[in-house]
Write a protein of this length. Structure first.
Length: 337
């Protein structure tokens, strides 16, 4: 029995959580594993109701769970996810981006963005100085080194190419340090290392996304490029992510709370379903539990199959409801894909 802390979040968070729970139940039935799922509050609605966006019991829940899954939160993101990342030192933000047969994409994409997750402008050190504001960009050797290692390991299991994305021609010291340390660390892996300026990278992601395998970058560049890459692949509704530290893993869709479509039952749940797949892979490796690894793979295959069968929400060219997409994936898992 694995304990999972589950934060539904704001906006479309409840709908995509309910669809994803169908998938979790199918996994339990099919793979003989059971999950003790505990729901916790966080986000804008939680702030309104309880006066705080990240209650103590939610923090405790994430801390003591075997793994956590989180829906999007709205304006309180800085107080919820950015805080959790820093509090638990979840230094690696892993964002796989992939195009699927049956989803229109700008070009075929299959890459992973490895985003440093604890520093950069996201430290939130902003100060008013007279009529101006100063924001501090923190880039440390320690954080750059450990995220480079994560990129090296992931690339070693893939096509073996790491592209470091930076802006060292302007941000000479901060990006300069990141680039130097990343190169140094990656030289220890059997991978090809390239680097590219962030502006050129954003162009290359549209022109030839297939040239990327693993993108290694700093916090803010990673945030921006992952939305772009997800859209090139088809939809942000398909992009999962993991926030991973040495002990704790928290998985979530890349997208936000999407208030424009909340409550309509048309949100795409695949990003959250694929985040569950990432969670099971991480937990399976951590606990050395092959059932979880098989379950993770079966979710990936079931998502591919479900999309191919036309189980699609409007953002990816279908007309299915959020909940029915969850049911579709669950059925395919039970069929033994
Ligand atoms: P954040 O800053 O937290 O990323 P945001 O409002 O800038 O939030 P998102 O909420 O990620 O950005 O979404 C941008 C748009 O993409 C939404 O308005 C919505 O129309 C669409 N979108 C996001 N997620 C989904 C989803 N799961 N399914 C369908 N459409 C989505």
């Amino acid at each position: 029995m694995y304990r999972i802390a589950w934060i539904k979040g704001d906006g479309i968070g409840t709908e995509i959580s309910e669809a994803s729970l169908e998938v979790i139940h199918a996994i339990e039935n099919t793979y003989g594993v059971s999950f003790d799922i505990r729901f916790y509050d966080a986000g804008d609605e939680c702030l309104k109701r309880r006066g705080e966006a990240l209650p103590r019991e939610t923090i405790e829940g994430v801390k003591t769970a075997d793994a956590s899954i989180k829906g999007p939160v709205g304006d309180t993101a800085m107080d919820v996810i950015v805080r959790l990342r820093q509090m638990f030192d979840l230094y690696a933000n892993i964002r796989p981006v992939k195009s699927y047969k049956g989803v229109p994409s700008v070009k075929p994409v299959d890459l992973v963005i490895v985003r440093e997750n604890t520093e950069d402008l996201y430290k939130g050190y902003e100060f008013e100085v007279g009529d101006a504001v100063v924001a501090l960009r923190i880039i440390s050797e320690k954080a750059s080194r450990r995220i480079a290692r994560v990129a090296g390991e992931i690339a070693s299991r893939r096509r073996g190419i790491v592209t470091i994305v930076h802006k060292a021609n302007v941000l000479r010291k901060s990006c300069g340090l990141f680039l130097r340390i990343a190169r140094e660390e990656l030289s220890k892996y059997n991978v090809t290392v390239r680097d590219i300026l962030v502006d050129a990278a954003s162009m290359a992601l549209i022109r030839n996304p297939e040239s990327f395998d693993v993108i290694l970058t700093t916090n803010m560049f990673g945030d921006i490029l992952s939305d772009e890459a997800a859209q090139v692949a088809g939809s942000i509704g398909l992009a999962p992510s993991g926030n991973i530290g040495d002990e704790i893993g928290l998985f979530e869709p890349v997208h936000g709370a999407a208030p424009d479509i909340a409550g309509k039952g048309i949100a795409n749940p695949y990003a959250m379903i694929l985040s569950i797949s990432m969670m099971l892979e991480w937990l399976g490796a951590k606990k050395n539990d092959k059932r979880l690894l098989s379950a993770s793979k079966s979710i990936e295959r079931a998502v591919e199959e479900a999309i191919a069968r036309g189980c699609k929400t409007p953002d990816i060219g279908g007309s299915m409801k959020t909940h029915d997409v969850g049911g579709c994936v669950a059925r395919i898992i039970r069929e033994g894909v």
